[in-house]
Design a binder for this molecule. Structure first.
Ligand SMILES: Cc1cc2nc3c(=O)[nH]c(=O)nc-3n(C[C@H](O)[C@H](O)[C@H](O)COP(=O)(O)OP(=O)(O)OC[C@H]3O[C@@H](n4cnc5c(N)ncnc54)[C@H](O)[C@@H]3O)c2cc1C
Length: 476
């Protein structure tokens, strides 16, 4: 049997495009290496306890939001709880809450970091966020050929016209000039929030990207009931052929067909959509054209990655879903001053009753973890584990003896499970922006790519935007 579409990788990207293709009546098979779907957005069991692997928040599920549009198109509904406020940001003695309501948040930010320009600044951030997503359906991005690049440029014309004042300015310069006299503590407050969404520091991105990163909590954000992996399971629940525990081993291209050798046999398909990381996918191909295609983008790999701490803690206190802790210096073996800490919801029966299951993540560089001797790696991992655990306990007033399980993951761990060390996808920086980034189609017939290392960006809204774009490109 020859399949119409085979999608490799059941992360957000692979699940989204497979679900969209199925909803549009196409024949599709989705294969995933692991026994659970989700990749960076999966949920796993460690010694009997459930944890979210990486992603813990969903944005874009508000009325009119792109993630909501995806689930509506597919005709399924994930179980979510609204997280409002979205995040509590703890810096020194300050605890500033990211309220969804703009005016409430402006009052809050003025309470902790008083400045006369806040009103104007946050209204600008809010308006950029709203205007960007209002235009989303018209974006089309392909860099398959010169002609397609020109068509893409035209589709972005409304965006370029609307946001021109913010596209060509480095965000750091823009913010500094805007505020006039910004203090370093407030700048760190902004920078920490920008980094977790834009995956790059303020001096590397334009203000437009920074505003999108700062503004996402003005939309509703959600907590996934049952773990983030359950959202991907729901998304793909109508697809008749989803093969888990089915790693792709190699691909041969013959004429118009792709022959996939997988752990569960051969799949022959006319169209192949890779949902694996762009930077680590060429290993499955011996086709020269495809290997050359991947090589074109190798230099876009920023090697950015993550270190994760997972903890199970007994407590009858009430915690918010998410905290961001900000320190005044970059932590050792990391790239960041800030740690994102997510708690399970006490009503969520996927997690043990009376306990919180915590996923905490911090940016690192994969090269800080690869190539170390086994003993050096072990010591470094345990040092950072202890440092982050101590910081969380101190800042959130958790008793150390209430921790019943605690372990960490490094870029090496992610490589072992999901075949990637670069996490967080492509950052849209000033030197790394469309049309330099991979699009969802390629110059190779029937060969597509989705996920956070191709258009549009990381996280639920960014990856889903890429899946919708891929559908547009498939349907011409
Ligand atoms: C620590 C961390 C925290 C994050 N927090 C958030 C958050 O709170 N909210 C948010 O929206 N985003 C968050 N993100 C970003 C988001 O998780 C990612 O951008 C997104 O999940 C990437 O999805 P993807 O489909 O591109 O890739 P991946 O998640 O990498 O999925 C690729 C899939 O391919 C599979 N695969 C690999 N090799 C093979 C093979 N040979 N055969 C078959 N399958 C294979 C993998 O197992 C994996 O399931 C976070 C990311 C990280 C790393």
């Amino acid at each position: 049997m020859i399949r119409e579409y085979a999608v490799v990788g059941g992360g957000i990207g692979g699940c989204s495009i497979a679900a969209l293709l199925n909803a549009h009546g196409h024949d599709v098979v989705l294969i995933e290496k692991e026994r659970t779907l989700g990749g960076c957005a999966s949920t796993f069991i460690h010694e009997g306890n459930t944890y979210n692997a990486g992603a813990t928040t969903i944005s874009g599920f508000h009325e009119g939001g792109i993630v909501k549009r995806l689930f509506n198109t597919v005709g399924v509904t994930p179980k979510l709880i609204s997280s409002d406020p979205a995040i509590a940001i703890l810096q020194g003695e300050k605890s500033c809450i990211r309220y969804r309501n703009l005016d409430t948040f402006i009052e809050e930010v003025n309470r902790f970091y008083p400045h006369p320009k806040h009103d104007e600044f946050w209204k600008l951030v809010h308006s950029v966020q709203e205007a960007f997503y209002a235009l989303e359906a018209s974006y089309y991005y392909s860099n398959r050929s010169r002609f397609k690049k020109i068509v893409s440029l035209f589709s972005f014309y409304p965006l370029l016209k609307t946001f021109r004042p913010y596209l060509f300015f480095n965000a750091k310069e823009f913010i500094t000039r805007f505020y006039g006299d910004i203090d370093s503590e407030f700048f760190d407050f902004l920078e920490a929030q920008i980094l977790i969404v834009a995956q790059a520091s303020c001096d590397k991105i334009n203000f437009f990207t920074a505003a999108l990163a700062l503004g996402y909590t003005f939309n509703e954000t959600h907590y996934p009931v049952g773990g983030m992996g359950a959202v991907c399971e729901t998304l793909t629940s109508k697809i008749p052929d989803v093969r888990k525990g089915c790693p792709l081993l190699s691909v041969k291209r013959e004429g118009d067909l792709y022959h996939l050798t997988t752990a569960q046999g051969i799949i022959r398909t006319r169209n192949l959509i890779m949902g694996t990381s762009h930077y680590e996918s060429s290993r499955w191909f011996d086709d020269k054209e495809i290997r050359a295609y991947y090589a074109t983008f190798e230099k876009r790999n920023n090697q950015q990655s993550a270190f994760l701490l997972y903890m199970k803690v007994k407590s009858d206190r009430i915690f918010d879903h998410h905290y961001q802790l900000i320190s005044d210096s970059i932590l050792p073996y990391t790239l960041s001053k800030s740690l994102f800490v997510s708690f399970s919801d006490p009503s969520d029966t996927a997690f043990a009753s009376g306990y919180y299951h915590i996923t905490a993540s911090i940016h690192t560089d994969s090269r800080m973890w690869l190539g170390l001797s086994p003993s050096h790696y072990k010591t470094q991992k345990s040092d950072l584990h202890d440092l982050l655990q101590g910081w969380i306990c101190d800042r959130l007033c958790l008793q150390r003896d209430a921790i019943t399980q605690s372990f960490a993951a490094t870029p090496k761990t992610f490589s072992r499970y999901i075949n990637r060390t670069q996490l967080g996808g492509n950052a849209l920086t000033l030197s790394n922006s469309p049309p330099l980034l991979p699009s969802n189609d390629t110059p190779i017939r029937g060969f597509y790519q989705v996920g956070d290392t191709s258009y549009a960006a990381q996280g639920w809204p960014g990856v889903v935007m890429g899946a919708f774009n891929c559908m547009r490109l498939i349907h011409g």
